[in-house]
Ligand binder design. Structure first.
Ligand code: GLY
Length: 348
């Protein structure tokens, strides 16, 4: 088992490895001493995972199965969680264990962080996206009016229990799409990751590599005002692609399209060296991701201005000089739309 310490939010650990779910009971007792525990679990998980978590947490645990997709990651969904916690009489002495992928984690952690101005929670990520990225660093939130993560708060978990065995039952498409986030870490920080990408699930070592990189960014810039924005590589265009298709394209796949688009953009701006595009393309292909990003760009252009990191006139793009060397670049809306439009028109 690998332990990665996050020096934020009072300090907490991420436990990564096969069988990490055996830590549920210990971590819940430490996080909610004497309190009850709500197990908020993705209703679409194999029932054996949910039962095992319930058994581990014991009789003080009350289950709330949560049915939520990216298209339903809304305040209404958070309200369902508030109603459950309120009706069951949960107080600040109690806490939540959140079992599921990025959408479950973002929504339920947001609800936990705002119910009674915040009750403690533990995240137990079950997908590649959540195990390598979204469960760490304290971002919680929901979408609003077609804009990704428009409403949210920074709130850190008491612990992240990342059992890589959950990936064994993950549907193949979801596993493949999640590799978009893994490739992102290779692109921005550790090009060696690109050699370790495959169609299979990432193992403890690869997940831990990504999490340690994330820890470095979060420790420097907890509230995402500067350096942490580098983790947004591929996300500016990726989020616009997700919104444009009503979230029919999954997050990790959209990030993959967004990274390829960002590299082409960097080439047009004279920032990105030759060879970067081919290296990323080949990593995406190796992982089984679709790389046909150009047709996705035109429909996404009108959604770019809604990016929450825009300052009202410019988009904050993350570009690559080369693999492992990201740069931040502000681009006026019109310039970004024109350049991306021309990349779309040119095709491959
Ligand atoms: N997923 C990017 C971040 O947490 O900043």
């Amino acid at each position: 088992m690998t332990t990665v310490e996050f020096p934020v939010g009072g300090g907490y650990n991420a436990y990564i490895g096969p069988g990490a779910a055996s830590l549920f009971s210990r971590e819940a007792q430490a996080a909610f001493p004497g309190g009850r525990c709500a197990l908020i679990a993705d209703a679409n998980l194999p029932s054996a995972h949910i039962r095992a978590a319930q058994d581990a947490l014991g009789p003080g645990c009350t289950l709330m199965p949560l049915n939520v997709s990216e298209a339903q990651k809304t305040l209404e969904k958070a309200s369902e969680i508030y109603a459950f916690l309120n009706d069951a009489g949960f107080t600040r002495a109690d806490g939540a264990v959140i079992l599921g992928g990025g959408v479950t984690g973002d929504t339920a952690a947001f609800a936990a962080a705002t119910y009674l101005r915040g009750i403690p929670f533990i995240l137990a990520p079950t997908t590649v996206v959540s195990q390598t990225d979204s469960a760490y660093g304290g971002k919680t939130g929901v979408d609003h009016a077609g804009c990704k993560n428009r409403i949210g708060v920074f709130a850190h978990p008491k612990a992240v229990v990342c059992d890589v065995d959950f990936l064994k039952t993950l549907p193949e498409r979801e596993r493949v799409c999640g590799m978009g986030e893994v490739i992102k870490y290779g692109a921005i920080a550790d090009p060696g990751i690109l050699e370790r990408v495959s169609r299979g699930a990432p193992d403890e070592a690869l997940i831990s590599t990504c999490v340690r990189i994330k820890r470095g960014f979060v420790a420097q810039d907890e509230h995402d005002t500067g350096e942490r924005r580098i983790l947004n590589f591929g996300h500016t265009v990726g989020h616009a692609i997700e919104a444009a298709c009503g979230f029919a394209v999954s997050h990790g796949q959209a990030v993959a399209y967004g990274m390829l688009a960002a590299v082409r953009l960097g080439e047009r701006l004279g920032v990105t060296r030759a060879g970067v595009f081919d290296a990323l393309l080949s990593a995406c292909e190796k992982a089984g991701l679709d790389t046909d990003f150009e047709p996705r760009l035109s429909p996404a252009l009108p959604y770019l201005r809604r990016d929450k990191k825009s300052d009202g006139a410019n988009l904050d793009f993350i570009l690559l000089e080369k693999l492992g060397r990201p740069v931040r670049k502000k681009l006026p809306f019109g310039d970004a739309e024109k350049l991306l439009g021309s990349i779309a028109a040119q095709g491959r």
